[in-house]
Design a protein around this ligand. Structure first.
Ligand code: NDP
Ligand code: MG
Length: 406
């Protein structure tokens, strides 16, 4: 039987998976999950039919060479043609995969007829067009790229309704909420997102003013790409996740809460009408939510480790502190405002994180800058995608101007 219960025609089932952002933290974890899934059940084949990388062509070539079966197509989104591949060209050519170049190739990979599942693992607003293409083509989308929903939540939701696409969360908190709702089979009253608190959980605002990129990149519980790691340190990540939850689960901002849980074991919780709270727990390992988005509704053995229950464990919950982490307020305000606010917040933040990592602004300037750019924008309630992308460009320019940079 196929996963959806339909009979197999050739006694062998296959899912074609396009991994967009294969060279990143989520992308490499996805390849690991798919490799392990093929070991568990040799009669059900998970084929990486497309894989993309941006700058890291070396890693992309290595990942593709390590697969049992080469991808049908490999997308090099930052390259214009094969000549720009340099030393990696031979290794990539030896795979026999179709090589495609530039951002347009991401869109055609995401919407290709042969693809069943698209793993949207590109970082930032750069992932929006390919994620939208997958949604419009009615795919199952395993969504790591939360920025797409932050920028264009209502547009994405409408496109899902129209095409019948399945948007399954990879973000651990949203996967947890999704799993809690499935388990309860009831309508949620409140979504309670957990946050690790990041590396500065116990720092004062004064200490944070002098935080360096190195200290901000040292996350206590998660190994992730640099942009989301800085977002976790400012807690803008949690702000983006509040907005993501608002559009994914269709609840208003005042039905969403954030609590700090430094161990990152409770991935989130849902409160139901009768005040019962259901939580999802697992070790902090992204392979579990990635796998669940791929295999849902099935649960299969996962490569992430089990808990060591022979030792005592502490599971602590603390209230979040918006005085020290003002990003949290921005998240709730933007989730409530909707419209153009998410696109502006996201773009200002991406620009500010880039400047902080380049040593041009202070850590605390990231959220201050986002706040000021948001304040200076004239809110529009129901913008089309073109307008959101225009405001994305505007907000990046404004953020730089705010710090006297161009
Ligand atoms: P990484 O920085 O590790 O990887 C980003 C991926 O995107 C790489 O494959 C990179 O290619 C590619 N990329 C970068 N810029 C572009 C661009 N302009 N166009 C096309 N591709 C591009 O990020 P993460 O894996 O950490 O995060 C990916 C997404 O998943 C983010 O939206 C993040 O918020 C979300 N997420 C991540 C989690 C995690 O644990 N890492 C947890 C929850 C959500 P290359 O490296 O070749 O340049
Ligand atoms: Mg998360």
């Amino acid at each position: 039987m196929n996963q959806d219960g339909t009979p197999l025609e050739d006694n062998r089932a296959c899912q074609n998976v396009a991994v967009l952002g294969a060279t990143g933290s989520i992308g490499t974890a996805t390849i690991d999950v798919l490799t392990q899934l093929n070991r568990i059940d040799p009669d059900f084949r998970w084929h990486v039919s497309a894989a993309s990388g941006h700058k890291n062509t070396r890693l992309l070539a290595e990942l593709a060479s390590g697969l049992a079966e080469a991808p049908d197509r490999i997308v090099l989104s930052d390259n214009e043609n094969a000549e720009s591949l340099g030393a990696d060209e031979n290794q990539l050519r030896a795979l026999g995969s179709q090589l495609e170049f530039g951002p347009e190739a991401l869109i055609s990979a995401a919407s290709d007829k042969s693809v069943d599942v698209v793993v949207a693992a590109i970082v930032g607003r750069a992932g929006l067009e390919s994620t939208m293409a997958a949604v419009e083509a009615g795919k199952r989308v395993a969504l790591a790229n939360k920025e797409t929903l932050v920028v264009a939540g209502p547009v994405v939701s409408q496109a899902c309704e129209k095409s019948g696409a399945e948007l399954l969360p990879v973000d651990s908190e949203h996967s947890a909420i999704f799993q809690c709702i499935q388990a309860a089979a009831s309508k949620p009253k409140k979504l309670i997102l957990t946050a690790s608190g990041g590396p500065f959980r116990n720092w004062t605002r004064e200490q944070m003013v002098t935080a360096t990129p190195e200290s901000a990149l040292a996350h206590p519980t998660w190994q992730m790409g640099p942009k989301i790691t800085i977002d976790s340190a400012t807690m803008i990540n949690k702000a983006l996740e509040v907005i993501e939850a608002r559009w994914l689960f269709g609840l208003p901002a005042d039905a969403i809460e954030v609590v700090v849980h430094p161990q990152s074991i409770i991935h989130s919780m849902v409160e139901f009408e009768d005040s019962s709270v259901i939580a999802q727990l697992s070790p902090p390992d992204m392979r579990l939510p990635i796998q669940y988005a791929l295999t849902y509704p099935r649960r299969l053995p996962c490569p992430c480790p089990d808990f060591d229950r022979t030792k005592p464990w502490d599971l602590t919950l603390e209230p979040a502190d918006p005085e020290r982490f003002p990003a949290l307020r921005l998240g709730f305000e933007v989730a409530e405002a909707g419209g153009t606010a998410g696109a502006v917040l996201n773009a200002a933040n991406e620009a500010a994180v880039g400047l902080f990592l380049a040593g041009k602004i202070r850590f605390t300037d990231i959220v201050l800058g986002c706040h000021d750019v948001l304040k200076n924008h004239a809110h529009e309630a129901d913008p089309p995608l073109d307008r959101l992308l225009e405001l994305d460009r505007w907000a990046r320019r404004e953020l730089k101007k705010r710090f006297g940079l161009s």
